[in-house]
Design a protein around this ligand. Structure first.
Ligand code: COA
Length: 387
């Protein structure tokens, strides 16, 4: 064969590598639809803005888990069950009390969820009803795990969950012993709605990979929590606030950003793998940030937000993602920065669970291929002959 023809043939054999699976459709889903062309997002066919305006988080959790919004009696039943499951057992509380006080709350929540998996023998692919019960238990107990760890690490008494409060009210109560004004609770509740689900994002996909091996829901949730922790994914809401605190003052925001450009640093809370012209969830969360700014009488963070957004959009054509408004929003609500990604877990457990069910319903083991670029095959020399 002529040299050129041979070269051509080899080139043809080179497989296309989809780094980061960018642009690859790996399966179908009926849980949510991300539409970058219109900057919109629907859960089970409902626009997130519509859900945020008309529902509380628990209704949205029901929708994501069951496929339909609940009617009054279905909702009462769901609420009653979720509230009855909020408490943790003595053993679970003991485990949480033993976590190192300096551990990141994402590591403690991952371990606390894992502990729940040791309390029963659970295998994947069980009847949906059994896994649905587990998903509701995770939804109910994760906020208690986060708040208990938060209190104990400060040397404070833990606060038991109440059954007369919504999930958002109860979370504030378990963290701080009191419930803030309605406007603040509403902003928090909306953040949970917006964080609840987002198709095949990295943590959901990690959970689906685990589900595809027919492993159990707790294992899928732990893997998903691990993926969410990273600053390119859920960890960005913490990184945003750390960044804004470094900026410190609206007067310094522009210079700070220009330095970041010079150093080619990532600006946290900007950019998205799917949305390239804006994140559908940002306007709703930015409105919440405006409400919180007014309530707290602290305009600094919103001012820094506006300056950074303007420059990033106008000069770089890179838009803020949901983590950009939610970081300062949680700050104004009074949460410590290392609790922001665990709050994301509280919400996203609904999406992860729904995807776990979906993967189980029509499963195929997720096992892609790779292109080997290492050493050619070679012989092992006995230890005595190796230099
Ligand atoms: N700050 C600075 N530059 C950014 C950026 C950011 N936040 N996001 C993207 N860019 C740049 C990239 O470096 C790239 O530049 P290049 O072409 O010179 O290499 C260009 O914009 C295009 O990036 P793109 O390929 O669209 O990004 P991606 O899809 O690989 O990555 C993220 C998406 C989310 C990982 C990325 O935007 C990022 O790291 N953002 C910051 C972390 C964050 O907020 N994560 C939460 C996501 S919801």
């Amino acid at each position: 064969m002529a040299k050129n023809a041979k070269k051509k043939k080899n080139l043809k054999a080179e497989p296309k590598i989809y780094k980061g699976l960018a642009g690859v459709i790996t399966d179908t889903t009926s849980v949510s639809k991300v539409m970058p062309e219109t900057n919109s997002l629907t859960y089970r066919g409902y626009a997130v803005q519509d859900l945020a305006a008309n529902c509380i988080f628990e209704e949205v959790a029901y929708l994501i888990l069951n496929g339909e919004l609940p009617n009054r009696s279905q909702f009462n039943k769901f609420k009653k069950l979720e509230r009855s499951l909020r408490k943790l057992t003595r053993g679970h509380l003991d485990i949480i009390s033993m976590f190192p006080k300096k551990a990141h709350p994402m590591d403690t929540i991952r371990t606390a969820v894992s502990y729940l998996g040791t309390t029963e023998i659970a295998w994947g692919g069980e009847p949906l009803e059994k896994d649905l019960e587990r998903a509701i238990a995770l939804l109910a107990k994760i906020p208690t795990m986060i708040a208990t760890d938060f209190r104990l690490r400060q040397g404070k008494q833990r606060i038991s969950p109440r059954t007369d409060l919504t999930m958002s009210e109860n979370f504030f109560y378990m963290c701080f012993g009191k419930i803030p004004p309605r406007k603040v609770v509403k902003a928090f509740d909306i953040s949970l709605i917006l964080y609840a689900e987002h198709s095949f994002n990295a943590s959901t996909f990690a959970g689906r990979v685990i589900a595809s091996t027919r492993s159990d829901l707790y294992s899928a949730a732990c893997g998903a929590i691990g993926a969410l922790k990273g600053p390119l994914h859920g960890g960005a809401n913490e990184a945003v606030m750390e960044m804004m605190k470094k900026v410190g003052n609206p007067r310094r925001a522009e210079n700070w950003l220009r330095n970041a450009f010079k150093n080619k640093s990532l600006v946290m809370g900007f950019g998205h793998r799917v949305y390239k012209q804006g994140d559908s969830r940002v306007p709703t969360m930015k409105n919440c940030l405006r409400d919180l700014t007014e309530w707290a009488g602290d305009t600094k963070w919103l001012e820094i937000y506006e300056i950074m957004e303007n420059i990033m959009v106008n000069e770089k054509n890179i838009y803020p993602n949901l983590d950009f408004p939610s970081g300062p929003a949680y700050y104004l609500m009074g949460f410590p920065i290392n609790l922001y990604t665990p709050i994301f877990v509280m919400a996203r457990i609904t999406g992860w669970s729904a995807h776990y069910f979906e993967q189980n319903t029509d499963n195929s083991l997720i096992r892609p291929l790779s292109q080997y670029t290492g050493k050619q095959q070679r012989k092992v020399k006995p230890l005595s002959k190796r230099k």
